[in-house]
Design a protein around this ligand. Structure first.
Ligand SMILES: [Zn+2]
Ligand SMILES: [Zn+2]
Ligand SMILES: [Zn+2]
Length: 256
């Protein structure tokens, strides 16, 4: 299994428009963060988790030959507004693309992109998508995917586990029952917005505590804002915790 971080920034991206702070002005490429999304190559197929509004730019930089499915964590703007760019893959693949999410996420996707669902026939120029509501483990072409319920403030959203990898972005609390789904991970990706507490995201210190409680082989933090300086904050982290960056690639042995 190969994981590529397409974007590790929070909703506004880094640099922030018209911001003169040290991180936004930094030359460190690890401080340039597009909106959150990852791609996964597993069992010979290509998956995306979320379609950030930077998707076109991300896939020009880090191409995918095809997209077999998209898993949505939730329907906030930074995670969904690149969806229209899926139409290029429909055009290349000549078939609809299945998308997966909770019932509330799928409901909001269908409101925002009504023109992309339930098309009577294949159409060029728009995405051709098939929505799938998930609330328990499911398979995409034979690969098992386990949805992980998470709290994003008062909103229930989903993380996803594939093999011994899990992606949990936009999380401020993990329900007790979800810890059982996060056992024996080789790699965990976890939200860590900034140092200060936030109502809908883990702070860096909360994320470190959760990482240690879950005990994955390695935990990578994502969805960071411009108060997180890659070099300075990386030096403060305990063992087996690190800040992800746009372009980071992880190779994981896919134990089933
Ligand atoms: Zn977000
Ligand atoms: Zn800034
Ligand atoms: Zn969100």
């Amino acid at each position: 299994m190969k994981i590529s971080f397409l974007g590790t920034g929070t909703s506004g991206g880094i640099p922030v428009i018209n911001c003169g702070c040290q991180v936004c002005l930094s030359d460190d490429p690890c401080n340039k963060r597009l909106r959150p999304s990852i791609k996964i190559e597993v069992d010979g197929q290509y998956l995306l988790i979320d379609t950030s509004m930077d998707l076109r730019q991300q896939l020009l930089r880090d191409p995918m030959p095809r997209i077999d499915a998209v898993l949505y964590t939730h329907a906030h703007a930074d995670h969904i507004y690149g969806m229209d760019d899926l139409r290029r893959f429909n055009h290349l693949q000549h078939q609809p693309i299945p998308v997966y999410g909770s019932s509330s996420t799928i409901h909001r996707l269908r409101q925002a992109f009504g023109y992309a669902f339930d098309l009577p026939a294949f159409q060029n120029g728009v995405p051709n998508l098939i929505s799938n509501i998930v609330d328990k483990p499911f398979r995409v072409n034979g690969t098992e995917i386990i949805p992980i319920p998470l709290w994003h403030g008062k909103m229930e959203i989903l993380g996803y586990r594939i093999g011994n990898f899990a992606y949990c972005t936009d999380v401020s609390a993990i329900p007790q029952s979800s810890y059982a789904l996060l056992q024996n991970l080789e790699v965990l990706v976890l939200d860590a917005l900034r140092e200060e507490p936030h109502p809908t995201h883990f702070s860096l210190s909360q994320a470190i505590r959760e990482a240690q409680k879950i005990g994955a082989g390695q935990t990578w933090f994502t969805h960071m804002n411009h108060k997180i300086d890659h070099q300075r904050h990386s030096a403060l982290l305990p063992e087996r915790c690190a800040l992800a960056w746009d372009g980071l690639i992880l190779k994981i042995e896919n134990k089933k």
